[in-house]
Design a protein around this ligand. Structure first.
Ligand code: R2B
Ligand code: URA
Length: 313
């Protein structure tokens, strides 16, 4: 794991001088002698978490382990951490649930697909940051999505994550009862990312609402799943209503991500590239090399943001 110490000496953290700690709204935690972060294969009794992670300032999360490894390699090169061609080992090598990579003050973690998968990862990530005594942490989800009314390859920075009825809320069922949580994302961070996109000036970026669904097929009004009970017209009507409600893209993790960032007092952003325009089709037929280039766009945007915040003396 690359140490952030040398880098920290070289770099100035331009984030707020006020210290914002991680909040864990769970009174039971402090009574536990040890906390096992089971899906990370890490724990307070087995690892010196403050020594390993205490310097983390930026966490980037995304669906696939290989994309998150590519991101850490990219950001390490951008920040000139380690030698070119360095390999970044998977910190969670003791499990195959999630993969985690670190380069200086940047942590990169995979979260799999869908709300349950990212939620489990975020519970353990937030506790890891808390146990590590991290402060002033920013988390960004970088990912892929289906666009609505946008040129494929456009990037959407989420303003609010909305549910399938376009409501800005995340429903968590607790002890059998529905609890609705706020899904606003940090406005200033979204603006900062938009500014980064203007500075990079390589692809189109918008700030808009993101619809978070429980399914890729029927949940996103696709006609090409194994099961479908609606017409092309009904699909078009629904997607156009989503557009009218401010929705610019559809993915599957942003609502719980936003809700958990809000509850733990962590600044969060969601930056997703659109792989297709859903008003024009359902299947992703774009060639792989083009898709690969699209997937690098959120990485570039977030890399630019991180570089701007961690400036060399
Ligand atoms: C975007 O892409 C995945 C589905 O293909 C899902 O994780 C998401 O949010
Ligand atoms: N990810 C989604 O969730 N939907 C899409 O259409 C593309 C990527």
């Amino acid at each position: 794991m690359a140490s952030g110490d040398a880098l920290e000496k070289k770099m100035v953290d331009k984030q707020s001088s006020e210290k914002t700690s991680i909040h864990v709204p769970n009174p039971h935690l402090e009574k536990m002698k040890e906390d096992v972060l089971y899906h990370f294969a890490l724990g307070t009794g087995t690892h010196d978490l403050p020594a390993l992670f205490g310097d983390v300032k930026f966490v980037c999360v995304g669906g696939s382990p290989s994309r998150m490894k590519a991101f850490i390699t990219y950001i390490a090169e951008e920040l000139e951490i380690g030698s070119p061609g360095s390999d970044y080992p998977n910190i969670c090598a003791g499990t195959d649930r999630y993969a985690m990579y670190k380069a200086g003050p940047v942590l990169s973690v995979s979260h799999g697909m869908g709300i349950p998968s990212i939620a489990i990862m975020l519970h353990e990530l937030i506790k890891l940051l808390y146990h590590s005594k991290c402060a002033n942490v920013t988390i960004v989800r970088i990912g892929t999505s289906g666009g609505i009314g946008l040129e494929p390859g456009s990037v959407v920075i989420t303003k609010q994550s909305v549910d399938a009825a376009f409501k800005p809320q995340f429903e968590q069922v607790i002890l059998g009862k529905s609890v609705f949580r706020n899904t606003d994302l940090d406005e200033q961070l979204a603006e900062d990312l938009m500014e980064c996109s203007k500075e990079i000036d390589e692809f189109s970026t918008v700030i808009g609402n993101t619809m978070c669904t429980l399914d890729f097929y029927e949940g996103q009004a696709r006609l090409d799943g194994a099961i479908c009970s609606y017409t092309e017209e009904e699909k078009q009507q629904y997607l156009k209503a989503a557009f009218k409600a401010g929705v610019r893209n559809i993915e599957m993790e942003s609502s719980v991500f936003a809700a958990m960032c809000n509850l733990s007092g962590i600044k969060g952003a969601v930056v997703c590239v659109t792989l297709l325009n859903r008003l024009e089709g359902d299947q992703i037929t774009t060639p792989h090399d083009v898709l690969n280039e699209y997937q690098k766009r959120p990485q570039k945007l977030v890399g630019h943001l991180i570089k701007k915040h961690l400036v060399k003396k």
